[in-house]
Design a protein. Sequence first.
Length: 662
Amino acid sequence: MNMSDLFGNAASDDNYDASNIEVLEGLEPVRHRPGMYIGGTDERAYHHLAAEILDNSMDEAVAGHANRIDFHLESATTLSIRDNGRGMPTGNHPKFPDKSAVEVIMTTLHAGGKFSGKSYATSGGLHGVGASVVNALSSALLVEIARDKKLYQQSFSRGKPLDALTEIGGAPNRRGTTVTFTPDTEIFGEKAHFRPSTLYRMARSKAYLFAGVEIRWQCDPALLADNDPVPAEAVLHYPGGLADYLNDVTRDKALMVSTPFAEIAELDGQKFEWAITWLGAGEDGFFHSYCNTVPTPSGGTHETGFRQAIVRALRNYGDLAGNRKAADLTADDVLANTGVMLSVFLRDPQFQGQTKDRLVSTDATRMTEQAVRDRFEHWLSADSARANFLLEAAIERAEERKRRKKEKEVARKSATRRLRLPGKLADCTSNDLDLTELFLVEGDSAGGSAKQARNRKTQAVLPLRGKILNVASATVEKLSGNQELSDLALALGVRPGKDFKVDDLRYGRVVIMTDADVDGAHIAALLMTYFYREMPQLIEAGRLYLAQPPLYRINQGGKTLYALDDAQRDTLLETGFDKRGKIDISRFKGLGEMPPAQLKETTMNPASRRLLKVELPQRDSIGADLRRTTDQLVNTLMGKKAELRFGYIRDHAEDALANLDV
């Protein structure tokens, strides 16, 4: 191998001279490297052209010079945007006396009225390249200006003027700018087209972001599918701003709070608007942020300031309320499952790149936190019940986070160790999930009877020491350090919490089998609470059951029946036996006192037993989400606050008495 093989033909370098240096003039750089200006040539970049023109009209509205924007999708590839603002200046430019200001704006990079701050206090356009970039990447573009009671227009193609700015008539009752353009197929390909749904969402979000503007949407009906939710025509105007936006987005979602925290603040002539709500369990959170009506999908310093404000305000509230755990809260704890809308209007904002996906202005963090924090503290103090609810939910997530961290540390330490099942577990021999069952019983005595009564091939038994830990009121330290619950998770082969996976289960069913008395019911309630809090997917998958052991054995001659409770005993005595003979009634003291043969017949044999499946309510009779109601009921009955239980018992005492046979 010689050097020319490595570095190419050295002789060709002799021809590299000044003539090889290309100079791209005007808008040629945009067509040559469109990705530098709009991020690429894909569908997202295609629609970014619409955003650039719409942002210019929105800047006129935010500056107070326009209150209406017409957004008309004329065809799959042609879009027209009109505002009733001041209209582009039509006179000749001082530096280019042979060109109108309109032509300079549309054909020159970094030409516009947003640099000095005199024409616009805040704006989405900063570099003076948006309109010219759209022009460069359009095969046809028409600008129409109504200004000083006159109507002007000029045509362009691929960044070059086809004619001069021409006065075409009078416009005594009209003003503003209209831009109609068709993106160039040479850049975006023959199949590229506008999607009505994308443009409609864009227009609607702009209307939400500035309550003072009305956007009139119009789309050729031929572009809409039969089941398309996008209307052919609509007037988009939202006086409530972001609060309306948030209510619209979360209309079909379960919410933890009935009223969102939504306000508008102004600092040093710069505007901050936000709306935040907390979503129910199972809902996906979101954070949509904007700067000067430009979406910032990659976030930035304004989002950082907002998060700091919410977290620090809730920590401060917890400190004033005497809750020491509040000091450990993080943004993930407080803002998990939240829906957030944030819009800021800043002078001279700094973005990362021309597509403005991320705000990097350093002052935005401080100003946003300052605008939001005090107002959120006031919002919390205005409703202590709501504030305490949010604080406890955040603390619960913090404890869950700590527990997961500890479990990961334990998992790392034991990664190379062989899995050991709990010593008291009597395992079954089958691995068929369709057949296998794990019975959870209270105490060694009941465990002994169950082990003798079981089918060794398909039924496993794990004795528990009486009443387990109440996870609804326990700290994360107690929960992670509880040996009984650790043994239970180990026997099931799963990791509790967010790491739980149904596919990891070693058994097809989990059966809670406790005594048929008050203590047994309490233990069953504690176990159901544990599974609901730590392994809800197990319940949702239909894997959790309650055994129904009898309380009474009723015998007459050779006939034996079993009763679950006093009511069933009385019914069986009336209908199930011959009243002329002697009837023997035995009351079982517990599973441990029940002979294995009877335990097998009544409670463990699939052919003769009765099981209750534990289920989670999803929707009530009118379709409302019941998951939040279930959460509240579990917190009331099993949580830390005794006064909530007392209130529930007091409110429902009459219902309980009505069901008693007295």
